[in-house]
Design a protein around this ligand. Structure first.
Ligand code: PXG
Length: 467
C-alpha cells in the first residue's frame, strides 16, 4: 500500500464521519480512497480501475468526466455564484431549469420547487401536501402512507417516510402521521402467485390502509416507481395503475419519489411515465445534475400548484440553496447532454432491452434467482436452492461475500441483504454491458466457490461461465 493511501486512511478515520458507517469496523481496514473517474470507471489511490455499475450512488447518469458540466459551472460561478430566491428575487438558471423540467414532466405539471437533495425534497413534499389540505379546509388530512423497505432519505421526515426498520430504530422515528404498507415484492413475498394478480393484491393493501385510517385523514401516498435502495424491487405491471385508481377513488394525492428513476434511468424522463401513474408530485435529485453538484426538488402538478398559488398565501418553507444558480446551470447542461446524445431513448430502445436479455441468461447461474431489469436498473437474489426457492440464512451475509468479490475484482455492484443490484450510467454501450456481465459472472463464480468451501451450499452445482 502506498504511503499516501495509508496517510489519508488514518486522517479519514481520525476526522471524517461517513454516512451509514460502523466506524470502528472501518478503522480496522481503512476506507478505499477514490481519486479520479472517467466515463464508467473510477480509480482508487492504489491505481486500481473499477467498473462503476452503480453510477456513484444511482446518480452519475451521463457518466464521469464531462467537460460541458465543468464549463457550465465555471461560467455561472463567474457570473453569479449565488443568490437566493426568498425575497422576491430570482435567477436565470433556476427559471430556465424549472421550465425545462416541467416540459419533460408533461401536461399534468406546472411548477418546480428546488432543494439540494432527495431527503430535503421529501420534507418539502410533507409540508406541501399538508399545507395543500389545510388550505382546502381539511387540516385533519395529514397521514402519508408509504411502504416497508422504501427509501426516501435520511432527514427526520425522509427516514420516517422510508420503511427501513434499522433507520426507525435510531433517533425516535418515525415522526407522527406516517403509515406503512407492505412492498410489492413478488419474488420475495409470493413468487408462486400469478404476477399480475399479485400486483393488484399489493396495490389493494393501500386501499385497506386508507379504510383503516379513514380516507378523510389521509393526505397522500408516496412510493418510488421502482424501489432502489430496497434492492431494486420491480413491481408487477398491474401495480401502479391500480395504485393510481385507488388514490383517485379517495381523492388522495400521489407522490412518486423519482430520485432514482427520474432523468432517464428507466428509458423515460420519469419512471412513473413508464409504469402508468400520474403523480401529483414528483421528487427528484441525483440524475438531474448527474451528481456533479447537489440539487433536488419537487415537480408540482397543476392540482396542487393551483391551490398553492391561488389560495395558499405564504408557504413558509424553503432552503438557502433553493434554486442555486450554479447547480441549476449544471443541471441544464446535463439535460442538454441527455437530450442531444439521445441517452434516454437509447436506454428504452437499445441498452435497456439488451441488459434484460443478458440478465435472462444470468438466470441460469446456480446462485441467481428472480433476475429482473427495468431500463438500466437490475437486481437478482442470491439463492441457496432456487428450484426449491430456499434463501440463505441472512446471518451468513452471503450478499456481502459476493460484494467483496466484486470489490476485489474491479466491479461496483451493491448488496442489499442477499439481493445484488446494479444501475450503470446511461451512456453505457452494449459492448460495455458485455464487459460488465463478464465481471458479474466472474464474481458470481468466485462467490459460489467460496460458499461451497464454507459449506453454505446444499450440494456442488454446475458453474456457468461467461460467454
Ligand atoms: N429518495 C430516493 C428514492 C432515494 O433513492 C433519497 C430519496 C434521498 O436522497 P438524498 O439526496 O437526500 O440522499 C434517495 C437516496 C443506497 C442509497 O443504499 C440510496 C440513496 C442514498 C443513499 C444510499 O442505495 N438514495
Amino acid at each position: 500500500m502506498t504511503t499516501i493511501t495509508s496517510e489519508i486512511q488514518a486522517e479519514d478515520s481520525a476526522y471524517y464521519l461517513h454516512p451509514f458507517t460502523d466506524h470502528k469496523s472501518l478503522a480496522g481496514k481503512g476506507a478505499r480512497i477514490i481519486t479520479k473517474a472517467d466515463g464508467l470507471y473510477i480509480w482508487d489511490s492504489e491505481g486500481e480501475k473499477i467498473f462503476d455499475a452503480m453510477s456513484g450512488l444511482w446518480c452519475v447518469n451521463i457518466g464521469y468526466g464531462r467537460q460541458e458540466l465543468v464549463d457550465a459551472a465555471t461560467k455561472q460561478m463567474q457570473e453569479l455564484p449565488y443568490y437566493n430566491s426568498f425575497f422576491q428575487t430570482t435567477n436565470v438558471p433556476a427559471v430556465k431549469l424549472a421550465k425545462r423540467i416541467v416540459g419533460l414532466a408533461g401536461d399534468n405539471y406546472s411548477h418546480v420547487f428546488f432543494s439540494s437533495s432527495g431527503s430535503e425534497s421529501n420534507d418539502t413534499n410533507i409540508r406541501m401536501v399538508r399545507h395543500y389540505w389545510a388550505t382546502l379546509g381539511q387540516p385533519e388530512r395529514k397521514v402519508i402512507i408509504s411502504r416497508n423497505n422504501a427509501y426516501h432519505g435520511s432527514t427526520m421526515a425522509g427516514a420516517s417516510l422510508g420503511g427501513m426498520g434499522y433507520m426507525h430504530a435510531q433517533g425516535g422515528l418515525p415522526i407522527p402521521d406516517i403509515a406503512h404498507i407492505e412492498q410489492p415484492y413478488h419474488y420475495g413475498l409470493d413468487h408462486a402467485k400469478d404476477k399480475d394478480a399479485f400486483g393488484i393484491e399489493a396495490a389493494g393493501w393501500l386501499e385497506k390502509k386508507i379504510l383503516e385510517i379513514g380516507a378523510d385523514k389521509v393526505a397522500a401516498f408516496i412510493g418510488e416507481p421502482i424501489q432502489g435502495a430496497g434492492g431494486v424491487i420491480i413491481p408487477p405491471k398491474t401495480y401502479w395503475p391500480e395504485i393510481q385508481r385507488i388514490c383517485d377513488k379517495y381523492g388522495i394525492l400521489l407522490i412518486c419519489d423519482e430520485v432514482i428513476c427520474g432523468f432517464g434511468r428507466l428509458g423515460t424522463w420519469f419512471g412513473s411515465q413508464l409504469l402508468g401513474a400520474k403523480p401529483d408530485l414528483m421528487t427528484f435529485a441525483k440524475g438531474v445534475t448527474s451528481g456533479y453538484l447537489p440539487l433536488g426538488g419537487v415537480v408540482v402538478g397543476k392540482r396542487v400548484a393551483d391551490v398553492l398559488i391561488n389560495q395558499g398565501g405564504d408557504f413558509n418553507h424553503g432552503y438557502t440553496y433553493s434554486g442555486h444558480p450554479v447547480a441549476c446551470a449544471v443541471a441544464l447542461a446535463n439535460i442538454d447532454i441527455l437530450e442531444h446524445e439521445g441517452l434516454v431513448d437509447r436506454v428504452r430502445q437499445e441498452t435497456g432491452p439488451y441488459l434484460a436479455e443478458r440478465y435472462a441468461e444470468l438466470s441460469h447461474h446456480p446462485l441467481v434467482g428472480g433476475a429482473e431489469t427495468c431500463g438500466l436498473m437490475a437486481g437478482f437474489m442470491l439463492m441457496k436452492d432456487k428450484q426449491a426457492h430456499i434463501t440463505f440464512d441472512e446471518t451468513l451475509e452471503v450478499g456481502m461475500i459476493c460484494r467483496n468479490h466484486c470489490f476485489a475484482n474491479g466491479l461496483i455492484m451493491r448488496a442489499v441483504g442477499d439481493r445484488m443490484i446494479i444501475a450503470p450510467p446511461l451512456m453505457i454501450s452494449k459492448a460495455q454491458i458485455d464487459d460488465m456481465m463478464k465481471l458479474i459472472y466472474h464474481c458470481l463464480d468466485a462467490t459460489l466457490d467460496e460458499l461451497e468451501t464454507l459449506g453454505y451450499m446444499e450440494s456442488k452445482q454446475l458453474k456457468v461461465n461467461a460467454a
